[in-house]
Each structure stands twice: as structure tokens, then as C-alpha cells.
Ligand binder design. Structure first.
Ligand SMILES: [Zn+2]
Length: 266
């Protein structure tokens, strides 16, 4: 089975006219790519018509048992003020972890307003996920999510599962080196098969090398994700299949690691 652990329900390049349309398209895409389960990451902008927030995502998912959610607190607007809300959602199993958007939003992972969320996630043994790297057309924003800050958090909370997504592209070598001795850092592959990410990060061979090294170091800690609809699911499947992992490791990356780390009941 393949689990896509990083998708959004959003309007992108005229893919759909409304969020219910985008959700329909998502269901088609996962069926076409034989994705058995997925983790949907809601946006932290509430009430947007272009990307599903948590309430909208819960409504769209309905009773489906193979679709899961993360929380995404508004650090800039509400500081630590949503802690109780996310505690309840995590305890009830309605969300499986918390995503932070440093770089989309101007705060560092070490920001004091984030710390109560890390404490909560460490206590409940659920992961936190950090958006990292550049945004398309904006390299400045990567200063907010430099993995050196993420290493600081992982060391401050040694039992917290700290997941890095997008591998701090285009500086993947730097991200590999600075994280390699920190055992509670995990990686998730979203956007690593995207053409712009590959080109700016040094080419497909570089991306493969980074993933091969990371999976060799952390066979239980690399998770498959795509960032659909901004990135293509099939390109990401092809990338993982091109790594020559063998069946056992490939199964870990495609599904088992996500099931264990996010504690999914699939
Ligand atoms: Zn994403």
C-alpha cells in the first residue's frame, strides 16, 4: 500500500472551481495512483475558498476512514492561544500531528509561541511537521525555517518526533549534514520530485543521493508525501521506486513508517 502523507485540498492552476470540486479531483487522483490512504494538511488561513482549513477538511472527509488530518495553528495571529483546541483534537484522534509553517509565516521554529505546542506533542507522542526550504520564487523566506533551528527544537525535546518536509530545498546537502546526528528528526518527501525543486537542488542524481543516504541512516524515519496538487503524485512514486531500495525498505517509506509515526489505523 502507498500512503501519501502530505496533500492539500486546494485550487491550483484552475484544477477545480470550488473546494468540493478539488476534493473530488483528489479522490480521483489517489485512486488513479493506487494511494490507499492520505494525510490532508489543512491551511492555517481560516475560511479560505482556495484551500481547505481544518473545519472544511473535516466536512469534506466525512466518514472516510482512510483520510487523516494534521492541525495547523496560527502562530502569528493567535500565538499559543489555540493550545486547548489542538489538545482536544489530538486527544480525540481527529488530527494526527501538528504542522508548522515557518517561512510561509514570519516566525522561527524556536519562537516561544510554538513551545507549548511542542511540549503537548511530546507528551501525547504525536509528531510535529515543519515546512522548510524556499517557496517558489522566494528564496528569502527560507531564513525562517533553517534546519539549524529545527535541530535546536529536536534537542530541546528529545522525545518529540520532528519531521522535516521539503528537505530545506535547494540546500539539501546542508540539511542532511546538520541533522544527521539527531535521532528524533524524521523526513517526509513532499515536493522532492518537483521539477523546480530538482533543478535548483542540483539535479535528480543529487536528490536521489540525499534520499538514499537518509533512508540508509533512518530506515524507519522517512515518510512518503507529495504536496499534491502543487506537485504530482506519480512523479514522487517514480522517484522512490528509482532509489533501488528493495521491497522491505520501499514498503517502509511508502506506508509503514507513516503508519507507525503518525499512529494511523488503516
Ligand atoms: Zn504542502
Amino acid at each position: 500500500m502507498i500512503i501519501d502523507s502530505h496533500v492539500h485540498i486546494s485550487l491550483y492552476n484552475d484544477n477545480a472551481k470550488s473546494l468540493p470540486d478539488a476534493f473530488g479531483l483528489f479522490l480521483q487522483e489517489i485512486e488513479r495512483n493506487e494511494i490507499g490512504a492520505a494525510i490532508i494538511i489543512p491551511d492555517n488561513i481560516k475560511g479560505s475558498e482556495n484551500i481547505a482549513d481544518l473545519e472544511k477538511a473535516i466536512e469534506l472527509i466525512g466518514e472516510r476512514k482512510n483520510l487523516f488530518l494534521l492541525g495547523s495553528p496560527q502562530i502569528i495571529q493567535r500565538g499559543s492561544g489555540e493550545l486547548e483546541k489542538y489538545k482536544k483534537l489530538l486527544e480525540e484522534g481527529k488530527i494526527k500531528g501538528i504542522k508548522f509553517f515557518p517561512g510561509h509565516d514570519p516566525y522561527y521554529p524556536t519562537d516561544e509561541r510554538c513551545l507549548p505546542y511542542y511540549e503537548l506533542c511530546e507528551k501525547l507522542d504525536v509528531p510535529v511537521l515543519f515546512h522548510t526550504g524556499e517557496n517558489s520564487g522566494d528564496s528569502e523566506c527560507a531564513k525562517w525555517n533553517d534546519p539549524k533551528y529545527i535541530v535546536e527544537i529536536a534537542q530541546k525535546y528529545p522525545k518529540l518526533k520532528v519531521i522535516i518536509t521539503h528537505y530545506y530545498w535547494p540546500k539539501m546537502d546542508y540539511c542532511y549534514e546538520i541533522t544527521k546526528d539527531v535521532p528524533n528528526i524524521y523526513f517526509e518527501t513532499a515536493a522532492m520530485a518537483d521539477a523546480e525543486v530538482i533543478e535548483k537542488s542540483g539535479g535528480i542524481e543529487k536528490v536521489r543521493e540525499i534520499l538514499q543516504k537518509t533512508i540508509a541512516d533512518r530506515p524507519d524515519k522517512v515518510i512518503f508525501g507529495t504536496d499534491w496538487p502543487m506537485c504530482k503524485i506519480d512523479d514522487h512514486i517514480k522517484l522512490v521506486k528509482s532509489l533501488g531500495l528493495g521491497v522491505e525498505l520501499e514498503n517502509k517509506v511508502f506506508s509503514e513508517n507513516s503508519i507507525n509515526i503518525y499512529k494511523l489505523l488503516v
